[in-house]
Design a binder for this molecule. Structure first.
Ligand code: B12
Length: 213
């Protein structure tokens, strides 16, 4: 890996948002392709962050810093990637269910999926089943991720899945769910395709669903 790609990975791991923009531009000016910067600079950095987070060596504020640095670089690269028709890993739609205002974990899931190369649309929080259905119809995601942090709102995941069934859209999207009260058993009970306990595992699950590696 070239020196500058190594430096980009390091800056992502260290979450240095103010330095990553200049380095990304330097790499482009030095002749590196946007796809190369994404695959061999940003993603290895973010993969490292995900792995460290999973084993408890990095914590939420650090992951958020890394994700923001990643976002800064992606803002520069995205138009170039789109121009070159670079293959994204797929589309992921995320949102926190109706009645629930907790969005920190959901934001992390979105950022980690973006870090894994997905195009992510974040609907925000307090999202009704109908709004999820409308967004699935419009955005046509490969994966829908629903988050709930309250035992009182987790039932809404089931209602949303039912609404997708009624709209005839259920089979067009893989559904993963998560949040503190959610479990693998619950995912099976409500007919989701999977559950992940943290953002890194969520990105891995999305990759598994779409066959991206
Ligand atoms: C921060 C917080 C708040 C903040 C939320 C700010 C925000 N912007 O999100 C505020 C202050 C607004 C808040 C409000 C309330 N809260 Co609150 N809150 C928390 C707290 C302390 C941390 C949650 C958090 O962000 N954790 C950090 C993130 C990174 O972890 P996470 O959300 O679990 O997400 C990870 C995984 O779960 C997973 N994941 C998450 N989403 C998804 C989605 C998918 C698809 C996948 C695959 C994975 C995944 O990956 C994430 C990253 O690794 C928890 C306590 C706790 N320890 O969880 C209580 C907690 C969730 N809140 C609780 C309560 C009761 C409330 C209130 C009702 C309090 C009140 N009386 O007003 C209100 C409800 C408001 C509402 N309608 O939603 C209770 C819930 C109890 C229950 N059994 O339902 C908790 C557990 C606290 C407690 N012990 O009592 N809260």
């Amino acid at each position: 890996m070239s020196e500058i790609l190594n430096a980009i990975s390091t800056i992502i791991i260290e979450g240095r948002k103010d330095d990553i923009g200049k380095l990304t531009l330097d790499a482009l000016e030095g002749g590196l392709a946007a796809q190369d910067i994404l695959n061999n600079g940003l993603l290895p950095g973010m993969n490292h962050v995900g792995a460290e987070f999973k084993i408890g060596n990095m914590f939420v504020p650090e992951v958020l810093r890394s994700a923001r640095a990643m976002q800064t670089s992606m803002d520069i690269l995205k138009p170039l990637l789109a121009e070159m028709g670079a293959e994204m890993a797929g589309r992921v739609l995320v949102g926190t269910v109706k009645g629930d205002l907790h969005d920190i974990g959901k934001n992390l899931v979105g950022m980690m999926c973006e870090g894994a190369g997905f195009e992510v649309k974040d609907l925000g929080k307090d999202i009704s089943p109908d709004a999820f259905v409308a967004a699935v119809r419009e955005f046509e995601p490969h994966v829908l991720g629903m988050s709930a942090l309250l035992t009182t709102t987790m039932r809404t995941m089931e209602y949303t899945i039912n609404a997708l069934k009624e709209a005839g859209l259920r089979d067009r999207v893989k559904i993963m769910i998560g949040g503190a009260p959610v479990t693998q058993n619950y995912a099976e009970l409500v007919g989701a395709d999977g559950y992940a306990s943290n953002a890194a595992a969520a990105a891995e699950l999305a990759k598994k669903f779409t066959g991206a590696t």
